[in-house]
Design a protein. Structure first.
Length: 155
């Protein structure tokens, strides 16, 4: 496999990251029928890149971006032991590189960043029906926690 390089995202990556964002949304639409059908945005990408309390990482091969993810320091709920945790998001790998361990490299990079920032808890959200993502995150050591449930009375 080609050499995969991880590096911090920059504003020069913005165009590719905006495409990745739409890729994430398109991939998740089958799991989220409540999403609006038109173009939507999940992330304030520029803010995440420039945020001192975040690590936004991209993977590239031969100068081409192939994946992304971020960790953001968030305040925990007052009932939690730890005052803060790292929240992972924007986990995306272009289709031709899926299943090749790229997401695992990004997750490990972000776990290491969280540890460097003295954060012992790392959380993320994944749709319950997204079996490929669940498998990937379990492989990295994540375990299911609280399951959010939804009822749509229009169905």
């Amino acid at each position: 496999m080609q050499d995969i390089k991880l590096r911090p995202a920059t504003l020069d990556d913005l165009e590719a990251l905006e495409e990745f964002e739409q890729g994430v949304i398109q991939f998740e639409r089958p799991f989220a029928p409540q999403l609006k059908p038109d173009t939507i945005h999940y992330y304030a990408i520029e803010d995440l890149i420039e945020n001192d309390n975040a690590s936004f990482v991209v993977a590239e091969v031969d100068g081409e971006l192939i994946a992304s993810g971020y960790a953001l320091i968030q305040n925990a709920k007052p009932t939690k032991k730890e005052r803060q945790h790292a929240y992972l998001g924007f986990m995306y790998v272009v289709p031709e590189y899926r299943g090749k361990g790229v997401n695992g490299k990004i997750v490990q990079y972000l776990i290491d960043w969280a540890k460097e920032n003295k954060l012992s808890e790392i959380v993320l959200e994944v749709y319950a029906e997204n079996q490929s993502a669940l498998k990937a995150y379990k492989k990295s050591g994540f375990q299911p926690d609280l399951l959010k449930m939804r009822l749509n009375t229009n169905d």
